[in-house]
Ligand binder design. Structure first.
Ligand code: KIV
Length: 260
């Protein structure tokens, strides 16, 4: 099982594998297969059909993190701190401490660069492991008027490099880089000594993360360019459900085999 120490050592090594999970069942399937499981606040969209992540609460994240930790006890697990739960050091410490005390999560994740470094420091100084998250930050969707790919200009790339350095200096053990042009993400990765985990950030980060329902083809409404779909989950499940309905209606199920 990965630890903060082994994850840090993975810098420039075999890419780290990260997948989101929100429930015990899927977490148990991913357990021991993947380096880290992220209980992302993306669950608000993929599990709750909300338009963005902003209405996820700490209670919701704690509930799902507990489920994931139960299903994947042998996998390093990270709980996403939801919007509005880390606006100052005191609040962040109180809420991240609740994650440690009420779940078995190994770390929390926080969105933000230079402007949030003091929050990350407040947590890491108090023995809470933090994964940073820079680039396209979904919790900023309303304030920024949409999801915007970053690192398109030299100025923006330099800003992101400063973000990554600040997050590293504040004590984070790894950084998610989301929605950043591949060349910029490569330069960001090269500018820090902790692993970078990319999502929509090209191939030159120290690892990759995907949302499980995108990767397994369960989220059909929208397929981002950066997602590779490894399974046509929705279609497979729909076919199985159609067959079940047909069997029940024709009394082909249950047979003797399924009967006491
Ligand atoms: O909430 C989430 O799933 C995330 C990943 C997209 C990195 O933050």
């Amino acid at each position: 099982m990965q630890t903060v120490t082994s994850i840090k050592k993975a810098k420039n090594g075999t890419p780290l594998t990260v997948i989101t999970a929100y429930d015990s069942l899927f977490a148990s399937i991913f357990n021991k297969k993947i380096d880290m499981i992220l209980v992302g606040d993306s669950l608000n969209m993929s599990f709750n059909n909300k338009p963005d992540t902003l209405s996820a609460t700490l209670e919701i994240m704690i509930y799902h993190t507990n489920a994931v930790c139960k299903g994947a006890p042998d996998t390093f697990t990270i709980c996403d701190m939801p919007f509005g739960t880390y606006t100052d050091e005191k609040m962040a410490l109180k809420n991240a401490s609740r994650v440690y005390q009420e779940t078995d999560a190994h770390a929390v994740k926080i969105e933000g660069g230079v402007e949030r470094a003091h929050i990350i420091k407040a947590l890491t100084c108090n023995s809470i492991a933090v994964m940073g998250h820079i680039g396209l930050m979904p919790q900023h969707v309303r304030s920024e008027g949409g999801y915007k790919v970053r690192g398109k200009t030299e100025e923006d790339t330099l800003e992101l490099i400063e973000d990554a350095k600040a997050v590293e200096k504040a004590g984070a053990f790894a950084i998610v880089i989301e929605g950043v042009k591949a060349d910029a993400a490569k330069r960001i990765s090269e500018s820090v000594n902790i692993p970078t985990i990319g999502i929509g950030a090209g191939k030159d980060t120290d690892g990759q993360v995907l949302v499980w329902s995108d990767m397994l083809g369960f989220f059909q409404e929208f397929q981002p360019k950066f997602v590779k779909q490894y399974l046509d989950g929705s279609e497979i499940v729909k076919k199985a459900v159609d067959e079940y309905v047909k069997d029940v209606q024709s009394r082909a199920f249950p047979t003797k085999e399924h009967t006491y």
